[in-house]
Design a protein around this ligand. Structure first.
Ligand SMILES: [Fe+2]
Length: 265
């Protein structure tokens, strides 16, 4: 089972730039083309939030057009830049989308790995929150198939990354996730977006990985008084391969065309 994972495209209405500076639509199109060139082709595509930038109808119309270019099933959760009802309308034709409330999903029919989409966004706010209802939902889903290899996907990371200006908008009460997941060793990964960088760490006894954005990267500034900024770094996606005897292997896949193939030795 091969799972492509794209994040934070921040799509804009046709012809408009992200933050008036960056052509996030063209960058997402480049990501979709790169995805189409992968061999073998992924079975499934995950999107870990901030599908659009301002949550407008025009942005979701463009998103629906772009997503139609992806032949694989796409499983998505909203980010803090999404708007629940617009998101629901954009993905509404897909059976994974809840018809009301948070946009959690549990999908187990796409291969050996079950995917849980955990919606910890707080409408109108940039931080996330692992509130009581989200804890109950996660606990119940994990208890349904405790031995099944499982990926949990969420938007705001439930930990402090060391980049102070993004940590202000993390998933609050994130330690609750660690306590739940620690009881379910079949959780192979927690996947996050939001942070627009690749990071990995041990969390709740499993591995947590954050996905780079298909557009700008949050500045890697670890000083306590770091000023917020972004850079146009080489964009990338993640590719998670499930190998039955090995488990889940995560690859970082830069998006673009690169010189090669060159001789191995
Ligand atoms: Fe984002």
């Amino acid at each position: 089972m091969l799972i492509a994972h794209l994040s934070d495209p921040h799509l804009r209405p046709r012809g408009e730039l992200y933050q008036n500076l960056v052509d996030s639509n063209a960058m997402f199109l480049a990501a979709v083309r790169h995805l189409a060139s992968l061999e073998p082709q992924p079975d499934l595509v995950l999107l870990s939030g901030d599908i659009v930038d301002k949550g407008t109808e025009a942005e979701y119309a463009l998103a629906a057009e772009m997503l139609a270019l992806i032949p694989q099933p796409v499983l998505a959760i909203p980010g803090n830049h999404d708007e629940r009802e617009g998101f629901r309308a954009c993905f509404g034709r897909n059976s994974f989308v809840a018809s009301a409330g948070p946009l959690h999903f549990a999908v187990g029919d796409q291969g050996p790995v079950r995917i849980l989409g955990l919606d910890i966004t707080v409408p109108g706010a940039h931080h996330g929150d692992m509130d009581d209802a989200a804890c109950r939902w996660l606990e119940e889903r994990l208890a349904e198939e405790p031995a099944r290899p499982t990926i949990i996907m969420m938007h705001q990371p439930p930990f402090d990354s060391g980049i102070p200006f993004i940590d202000a908008y993390c998933c609050r009460q994130g330690a609750r996730i660690a306590r739940i997941v620690a009881r379910y060793p079949a959780v192979e990964r927690i996947l996050c977006g939001h942070i627009h960088r690749f990071m990995q760490l041990r969390f709740g006894g499993t591995m947590l990985v954050t996905a780079p954005s298909t557009t700008t990267a949050i500045a890697l500034r670890l000083q306590d008084n770091a000023k917020p900024a972004s850079f146009i770094e080489p964009p990338a996606m993640l590719l998670h391969q499930w190998r039955p005897q090995r488990g889940l292997i995560t690859h970082l896949v830069p998006i673009g065309s690169f010189q090669g193939p060159l001789p191995f030795f």
